[in-house]
Ligand binder design. Sequence first.
Ligand code: ADP
Length: 490
Amino acid sequence: MKSLLAYLNPVAHLGNKRYSITFPFVATVFTSVILETVVKIIIGADIFGLIVIVVSIFSVIYFSFRDGVRAGVISTIIIIFYYAYIILTTPGTLNQKIVQWQTTAVLGLIYLLMAVIIGGLKQKIDTLIVQEADERRRLISIVQQLPVGIVITNAEGFMLTYNKKLEEIIGSKVPNDHIAGKHDASIKGIYKNKVVSPSNSPLSHALQSGKPVVNKEFLIERKDGKKIFISVSASPIHNKNGKIVAGVSITSDITAQKELELRKDDFVNMASHELKTPLTSMKLYLDILMSKIKNHNDDNAIKTLNSIKYQTDRLTELVNDLLDVSRLQTGKLIFNKEEFRLDMLVEENVGELSGITRSQKIVIAKKTPIKIYADKYRIYQVITNLITNAIKYSPAHTDIIVKIVKNNEMAVVSIQDSGIGISKEQQKKIFDRLYQVSDPHEKTFPGLGMGLYISKEILSRHNGKIWVESEKGKGSTFYFSLPLDKRSGN
Ligand code: ADP
């Protein structure tokens, strides 16, 4: 019964491009026979004509809408033949006959027009529906093939689709009522160990802020007890008018990569520890050797030993930097904070570094007395790094200008050079771990790209900041800020 209704319901045939001509043919013939044999006898001749016209219009509309142009035309042809049969079998004057034939011709044309317009529209709608379905199928199969977990939601965060890879990554089935964002049932499955609540999920943020969220990392515990690292990016999808119509989130398993990073950090940590011990002994032996040689007044030997000492110091600095980077990575860098005068520390630092630069002049242009509460040794390290960079990356006989000022409850130190400068694009990256600007047209400088990363981390752990203003070829000014020490009445 249900399938008979579906067969007769023209709406159920939308999107179905198999157009029947047998059904409209048989059904119109059948309707004509019923009209002629049953209806005509029951109703009588008076309004029979009107009923025939109403039924004909209905048939043409119905068949065109159900089966397209051809069905509408076939129905029309049968109806015209039936009209002809009626005219030929009913008595009437010549004038009456002429009017009847003319009416039939006009009605026939109207029916044909209806068949073409309605049938044409129906076929167009079918094509669009089929295209849409193909498009959807293509999208779904692409989503299924992707090597990352995908969730697609509507603008409210209700799940529209997701792929098998997501279930593989999270190690459990995604529940049917899985919804992101405002609705709580949501991301629980994905962030099972409650690392992030649904309303804090990247997808929810992306949908609420209208901006993409890139590579948020989470540690999750799967149902099988395995802990994995995932990286989630999410983005809102806008329509032509900029309105959010959907959201997409991409989840990838980065456990292997994280484990490799951890192993690498462990290795760097171990290697730098191993290197430190022989270096310390070497320095000790060098000092003994130097004090012995001094008594022999051998200038050449002293010069050679000084060079060895310089290189050993550089090696020690590198090893210390490596150790710092690995301690930062593992959260093992410990700060011993105390109260001290930042301006005096900078002055001391400048005094010491002025000794090693013969060609540039380091000038303290502004010096405000400022007390801060921080790790003195680590802040000294930051200043040394910035001034040595200024020396390293600027030409001889130029000034390096240092300023210490107070600005909005912060102590700000600036170090300005007239050196090679840094392009806007590189400025974003120089504070990253192990990043060095490489320009084939520029002279290269020794270094491993650790100094600025270490400085940034030291400052951020003191609630401070580091930034740079620079123009390629015109020099750079590096700034860092630290909170004032409130207790000392700054
Ligand atoms: P490195 O050991 O290479 O100096 P840093 O982390 O201290 O490492 O600096 C990272 C990169 O930033 C450097 O390789 C250099 O290209 C750029 N840089 C740092 N300071 C300056 C500066 N004062 N002028 C121009 N470029 C600089």
